[in-house]
Design a protein around this ligand. Structure first.
Ligand SMILES: NC(=O)c1ccc[n+]([C@@H]2O[C@H](COP(=O)([O-])OP(=O)(O)OC[C@H]3O[C@@H](n4cnc5c(N)ncnc54)[C@H](O)[C@@H]3O)[C@@H](O)[C@H]2O)c1
Length: 424
């Protein structure tokens, strides 16, 4: 396990010349080195952040290839990462790919062990599927789908990864943040709040970015760039952002039977498909209700916390680095823990790489596919103005991806209106 960098390069080259796919072949019982080669797909804000997190948390990885529809963005991200991590960012211009097919050049690169998938969410199911079929280990940012078809693609990819022994970790960092993990352990395993009865979860923010159309830009290029505002690409706020909180509801109570929701739209730019707010009641077995509230309202205050109500107490599980507190029904504090979201962002990449090196790959895609679909289900309940069931949403046709996007074809944007809009 301690071969030098030079030996490593020589060994890689020799194995490559012999037609051997990767010096770290998946499932190989005797991996010659702990070093893993990473390819990054989607080199925007989170892509750069995720690559940085992996390189920071794992001395045994290096970044060797990148893709982004916007080549200049990928090069800028590469230069920034190289400044921070030196030789472990070894991506020459020939291994930076632009365009919509650039991701396949990363995924098909036989020297790459692990791909980080951080484009806008609409592309995620297709990218995950291609990466898993190419036998790559995967880090996939949340949400992992924006519709029912994408959910089913993720479930298939999860099963294939399990079967072939490749890893998939997702960007639900709170699942690796001790202030969340311990709070939920205290509730579920130690019974600190008695019987958990219900929960509220909030993702209530101010404004979100909007990227103005560039002169001469095609509809497809514009939607890819200004992706937050198109439902196929982002899933709307409830899916794109609030999946973090809905994932905590899933962690606590599993998948719901149904969702009933309301929402509003009053301030979005004219061509945005997004709503401004969502309020969803998720119904679970035994008639228990958990409620989610989310919005982007300009100049409004923020609240991103989760509260679990039990027969004997209350747990506040706060977002970012704000920590958790458990109290009894009289408000007496029983337990508290500080939070550190930065550490959680790095931990997910450490757990992924450690699991690969140990030959015990983590596969957690289905869990995040379910949380993402719970968010889709709440959104569709609001858009349609009626109750939507779990069985209905898992089986729905709902396939929003513009399959002819490579030919520049995307649908004309429209706002879903209850009573007019139907869930297919
Ligand atoms: N876990 C977290 O807390 C967290 C935080 C921020 C963002 N995210 C997630 O990360 C993802 C990316 O968000 P972001 O803020 O980095 O967005 P961004 O717009 O900054 O970056 C997305 C990048 O992907 C590129 N891209 C889009 N489609 C592509 C394709 N088909 N092939 C290659 N490149 C493509 C874009 O050009 C852009 O550079 C989203 O899913 C978002 O929800 C997660």
């Amino acid at each position: 396990m301690s071969i030098s960098r030079r030996d490593f390069i020589v060994t890689s080259a020799a194995l490559g010349a012999a037609g051997y796919a990767s010096p770290f072949a998946i499932g190989s019982p005797n991996q010659p080195s702990k070093m893993l080669n990473i390819g990054l797909v989607g080199s925007g804000g989170r892509g750069s952040g995720a690559a940085n997190d992996s390189l920071t948390a794992n001395p045994n990885v290096r970044l060797v290839a990148m893709a982004d529809v916007d080549l200049a963005k990928a090069k800028a991200a590469r230069d920034g990462l190289k400044k921070a991590h030196g030789d472990r960012v070894s991506v020459d211009d020939a291994r930076i790919y632009g365009g919509l097919d650039g991701f396949m050049k990363v995924i098909n690169d036989p020297t790459i062990d692990l791909v980080i998938l951080t484009t806008s969410p609409g592309f995620r199911p297709g990218h995950i599927k291609a990466a898993v079929e190419a036998k790559k280990h995967v880090f996939a940012e949340k949400p992992v789908c924006t519709d029912s078809a994408g959910y089913r693609t993720c479930c298939e990819a999860h099963d294939l990864a399990l079967k072939q022994g490749t890893a998939i970790v997702t960007g639900t960092q709170y699942r690796r943040q001790p202030s969340f993990m311990e709070a939920i352990r205290n509730i579920k395993e130690k019974g600190m709040i008695g019987e958990p009865v219900s929960m509220t979860a909030r993702y209530c923010a101010g404004e979100i970015w909007y990227r103005d159309r560039l002169p001469g830009q095609s509809d497809a290029d514009y939607q890819i760039m200004n992706w937050m505002h198109f439902i196929w690409a982002s899933g709307d706020q409830i899916v794109e952002q609030a999946v973090h909180n809905i994932d905590v509801v899933h962690w606590m109570f599993g998948t719901p039977r149904s969702a009933f929701a309301v929402g509003s739209r009053w301030h979005r730019p004219a061509d945005s498909e997004m709503w401004d707010s969502f309020k969803v009641d998720y119904q679970f077995d035994g008639g228990r209700l958990c409620s989610f509230t989310g919005r982007h309202w300009p100049k409004a205050t923020g609240d991103f916390d989760n509260v679990v109500y039990g027969s004997e107490g209350i747990a506040q599980i706060k977002a970012f680095s704000n920590g958790s507190i458990i109290s009894d029904r009289n408000g007496k504090e029983l337990w508290r823990m500080k939070g550190d979201i930065g550490a959680a962002y790095r931990q997910e990449h450490k757990d992924l790489v450690d699991s690969i090196v140990a030959g015990k790959p983590i596969v957690e895609l289905r869990q995040t596919a379910e949380s993402s679909l719970m968010a889709v289900m709440g959104r569709e309940a609001a858009y349609t103005g009626r109750t939507v069931g779990w069985d209905e949403i898992t089986g729905a046709k709902l396939d929003l991806f513009p399959h002819d996007i490579a030919k520049g074809v995307v649908a004309k944007p429209f706002v879903r209106i209850p009573g007019e809009y139907e869930l297919a």
